[in-house]
Design a protein around this ligand. Structure first.
Ligand SMILES: [Zn+2]
Length: 78
């Protein structure tokens, strides 16, 4: 499920995102250990997820997370 639009999708269509410290990091190889959040590589889904603080919830991280690295990937894909 996408943490932004909450739409169902195949995991291969979604971008895995992990938190490393206060930063959201795209894990396109899905090899990073720990919790991952899945997101459509889409600007709208990223913005929705941030507005809802869905990453913090999905990744069980307190506080705000920087999405610059994910934003860069999302822009690249579109
Ligand atoms: Zn989505």
């Amino acid at each position: 499920m996408c943490v932004g639009c909450r739409g169902r999708a195949r995991q291969t269509d979604l971008l895995r995102v992990v938190a490393i410290g206060p930063e959201l990091v795209p894990d396109s190889t899905t090899r990073q250990p720990g919790r991952g959040a899945y997101l459509h590589p889409d600007v709208e889904c990223l913005e929705l997820a941030q507005r809802r603080r869905a990453f913090a919830r999905a990744l069980r991280v307190a506080g705000s997370l920087s999405d610059e690295a994910v934003m860069a990937i999302v822009h690249q894909e579109n």
